[in-house]
Design a protein around this ligand. Sequence first.
Ligand SMILES: C[S@@+](CC[C@H](N)C(=O)[O-])C[C@H]1O[C@@H](n2cnc3c(N)ncnc32)[C@H](O)[C@@H]1O
Length: 330
Amino acid sequence: MPNLLSFLRCPETKTPLHEEGGELISENGNRYPITGGIPRLLVPTKTEEEERVRKLIQAFYEQFTFPGYDGIDSPGILMDKAGKSGFGKWVDQAISPFATVLEVGCGTGQMTNYLGLVSTRTVIGTDMSGASLALGQGFRDRFGLSNVHFVQGNIFAMPIAPASVDVLICSGVLHHTPDPKGGFLELLKLVKPEGKILIGLYNTYARIPLGIRQVIFKVSGNAFRFLDAHMRRKDVDQSKKEIWFADQYRNPHESWHSVDEVLGWFAESNVKYLSGVPDIAGKLPGEGVDMRLFEEHPHGSSFLHVMNQLQWMFSIGREGGLFVLVGEKQ
Ligand SMILES: C[S@@+](CC[C@H](N)C(=O)[O-])C[C@H]1O[C@@H](n2cnc3c(N)ncnc32)[C@H](O)[C@@H]1O
């Protein structure tokens, strides 16, 4: 793994690592195994309370490997899925074929592997769930994606060199940590100046109907599951639906965030807002269905953001209420 090694750092001392006898060793002698082709660089979060939550979340995602891989057994099917969702395709179109991409909280690595189908990119996926990473690595190995790498690590002790990646993607992850803003600031350190960061979070407004269903399912012992639009879908395998249901309704920890809150994180850390999915204040001239994620979009007012987010209850709210903001590090 010579190419990968240049990006890896000891999660404790942040110093370079070298490979010796199936292990990675830091300058001061910390040793980390490589098993199943995956460097195991996971170390605990510093504070006790945060580590308690992290362990609960890790146990959850060791059991519920998300997103489900059933039926995704070829690069063609992965491409088809990304094309249908729109977002994956737009991310792929926006990223240069020569970029270094880091997906943090990659889960089973579907996005990581998909972006790695462009063989001139270097794509790294990190997550703390060993079971999820094993699924991503299995796909990577079966289809010979030698430019794709999976690494086990903790967002709050990242094993990646500072200012080393062109694009950082972290979607559906930080709201499962006790300190989403702190996580964002940690991840930003890994991005090169003028590099892009894509952050996907549960939206405060869009998730209200789901929050109501969470209460209904809790008091009714998961009866009335048909109330959830995703569970009624005919085009999704039952096993994937079960994983999705657990992720949305039985997750041990989640928080909700507004557009203006995340724009505030951007402003405080000198990140220029580029775009949002769904868009937060209108499209660019000539922009059709396909969004140009790395071009600067209208910012809009806080009032417009609230109005749009209220509408999201009836659009993205049906599929979990996740929104993505894209920024450029200055
Ligand atoms: C809902 S899944 C999202 C997976 C993928 N990003 C997607 O959008 O399909 C959340 C992932 O975040 C990971 N995660 C949560 N907290 C983490 C932490 N502190 N360090 C590393 N990974 C974490 C979990 O293990 C899980 O795989």
